[in-house]
Design a protein around this ligand. Structure first.
Ligand SMILES: [Zn+2]
Length: 66
């Protein structure tokens, strides 16, 4: 779960792997990721019903982010 990189105490996230150093924070992030996965699946099903290719949308969103 952790890479065991020694980080500064004031860091919230590991400077090597980017994971939160605080366990509570990690749990919150995991819960959020879980919810995102559920939302993602629901969205995918909805879009598939409408005949929309989600992979294509994700690609467009990724391009916009950069
Ligand atoms: Zn790390």
């Amino acid at each position: 779960m952790f890479c065991f990189t020694v980080n500064l105490k004031e860091n919230d996230y590991c400077n090597k792997c980017g994971k939160p150093l605080n366990i509570e924070q990690l749990k919150v992030m995991e819960k959020k990721a879980e919810r995102m996965n559920i939302l993602h699946e629901m969205l995918q099903q909805e879009l598939e019903k409408k005949g929309v290719d989600l992979a294509e949308i994700v690609k467009i969103m990724a391009l916009k982010r950069n």
